[in-house]
Design a protein around this ligand. Structure first.
Ligand code: G6P
Ligand code: MG
Length: 218
């Protein structure tokens, strides 16, 4: 197989916004009077806004109306937007910029499969919106990660067979989605957590070497 399409997750892969999602969710959890641990945060990586909110609200003995749920989701998002207001290219994770350059030089297609509705704004702030041949619109994807839909949407838009694509993810739900889409999964983070991935590395710094090996094997 000659992978020629690379589909990136955004938060925790391209940029360390995962820490800002964590802070905003923790504040929200405190607001409704429930605990929010790092383990909870790991479970929520890659998971959409309302699903994440419902995970947190399920810890409360209270029931929340739909109106309250929507207001709480807005509250978290306002907090998150405030936290990412100043982000710029300096916050790209190590190795990301070089990886984009290498993929371009080697003629790969590059896609973005983020569940975040803030993704277009984030890639603009980072100055990398021009890198992507296609950016999935999270609002238009029926089933969120761990369903394969968003990765399949990007592959389709890039005219790529799933088997010719590599997905890069930091979330357990994201890795599951990539594998369900029939793609090669590269995990960024803890190998014990991301055990479903074909390869796991601590940061994106190892991506170019990994892609070179895949090309050599093809
Ligand atoms: C990504 C992040 C999640 C976040 C989700 C929705 O998948 O990993 O932590 O909850 O996007 O983001 P949004 O910006 O739309 O609330
Ligand atoms: Mg992520």
């Amino acid at each position: 197989m000659t992978p020629k399409t690379c589909i990136f997750d955004l938060d925790g892969v391209v940029v360390d916004t995962a820490k800002y999602h964590f802070q905003a969710w923790r504040r929200l959890a405190e607001f409704v009077g429930v605990a929010f641990t790092h383990e909870d945060n790991d479970n929520l990586k890659g998971v959409g806004r309302m699903e994440s909110l419902d995970y947190i609200l399920a810890k409360s003995p209270r029931l929340f109306s739909n109106k309250e749920r929507l207001a709480l989701a807005d509250q978290k998002n306002d907090d998150y937007k405030e936290l990412i207001k100043g982000i710029n290219a300096a916050e790209l994770l190590p190795g990301v910029s070089d990886t984009f350059t290498w993929l371009r030089e080697e003629g790969w297609k590059i896609g973005l499969a983020s569940a975040s509705r803030n993704a277009p704004q984030v890639i603009k702030s980072l100055g990398v919106e021009g890198v992507f041949d296609y950016v999935a619109d999270a609002g238009k994807i029926l089933n969120g990660k761990p369903a394969p839909d968003i990765f399949l949407d990007v592959a389709r838009a890039l005219n790529s067979a799933p088997t010719d694509a590599i997905g890069v993810e930091d979330a357990v739900a994201g890795v599951t989605a990539i594998k369900a889409a029939g793609m090669i999964a590269v995990g960024i983070g803890d190998p014990a957590l991301l055990h479903e991935a074909d390869v796991v590395m601590p940061t994106p710094e190892g991506l170019i070497e990994c892609f070179k090996l895949m090309q050599a094997k093809a």
